[in-house]
Design a protein around this ligand. Structure first.
Ligand code: PXL
Length: 290
């Protein structure tokens, strides 16, 4: 049977305010013509970065009932994509989703959301890091930011490594399981006006790099948006370097569309002003083999 629209099981939190996780993932993938089927991990009033006093409802128990029902329905997905988890016990649930809802063609993407800018997020502990190391062994693709890559490897989270060192980290991460490792927000030591996303494909033994202008600001949720564009692009049939390119150019466009306005960064990038860019073809690509 022809699958008219690809389906993604999206295992992430729903944060009501601040444009992270499902509130970014659903519009991005829908705009790219992909159906999002969420398995919510937690419900929060806001994301946890730069907000105090947020309400947090951990959905670990409900998730078990939720996936049991899907299992009875014998649902299968083109992609299983996990991100922010509400508790360490959810690691086993994600693992079960990968076993139950996959076919041999299912793309398994884990964004090991745990921290940024050198620090763990407020709801995360070292037990999450330890268990996330086990979970990534099941993924085809992982997309840690620099801080998460360092945490997974038990390395220092200071972001000023040479390209050779980053490459060795990526090989080590791929040896933990995933065929493709993508590290976002890597500082460019040779050019402080640039920031990069670097990818390693273990099977082909190639590294790709896509650089963009470094804009001295930070908006939460851009990692979720980047990985969503990457997933949408791969499900549309793009190659890895083109998918990286589309992810980077979308995030750059989001940041440039937001930076000129005066509003609190914690509200996230102005996604709604840029979503339609996702329908444009890639005319110029800037990826490099490194
Ligand atoms: O963007 C990652 C993310 C997702 N979900 C929640 C978060 C964060 C980052 O702060 O707090 C709830």
């Amino acid at each position: 049977m022809i699958n008219p629209v690809k389906k993604v099981a999206a295992i992430h939190d729903l944060s009501g305010f601040g444009r992270s996780s499902l509130t970014a993932i659903i519009p991005i993938l829908s705009t790219m013509g992909v159906q999002v089927c969420p398995i919510p991990t937690a419900i929060l009033s806001t994301h946890t970065g730069d907000f105090e006093g947020y309400s947090f409802v951990d959905l670990t128990d409900s998730m078990n009932d939720f996936i049991d029902h899907w299992h009875k329905l014998n649902l299968k997905f083109d992609c299983i994509y996990s991100g922010f988890l509400g508790s360490v016990d959810q690691i086993n649930i994600v693992s079960k989703c990968m076993d139950w809802f996959s076919t041999e063609n299912t793309l398994k993407v884990i964004d090991p959301v745990m921290g940024d800018n050198g620090k763990l997020y407020a709801t995360m502990g070292l037990d999450m890091v330890e268990n996330m190391r086990k979970l990534i062994s099941k993924a085809n693709i992982i997309t840690p930011n620099f801080t998460e890559a360092a945490l997974l490897l038990g390395e220092d989270t200071t972001n000023d490594l040479t390209l050779e060192k980053i490459k060795s980290w990526m090989v080590r991460l791929s040896n933990m399981g995933p065929n493709i490792v993508i590290i976002t927000s890597v500082k460019d030591l040779d050019n402080d006006k640039k920031t990069s996303v670097i990818a390693y494909n273990k099977e082909d033994d190639v590294f790709w790099k896509v650089s963009s202008d470094y804009i001295p600001t930070f908006y939460p949720g851009t990692g979720d948006s980047f990985t969503s564009v990457l997933v949408g692009s791969l499900l549309q049939g793009d190659s890895l370097p083109i998918a990286l390119d589309r992810g980077v150019s979308f995030i750059t466009a989001c940041i440039k569309a937001s930076y000129g306005f005066k509003y609190p960064n914690r509200e996230g990038v102005l996604l709604e002003r840029v979503l339609e860019n996702l329908k444009l073809p890639v005319i110029v690509s800037s990826y490099k083999l490194i």
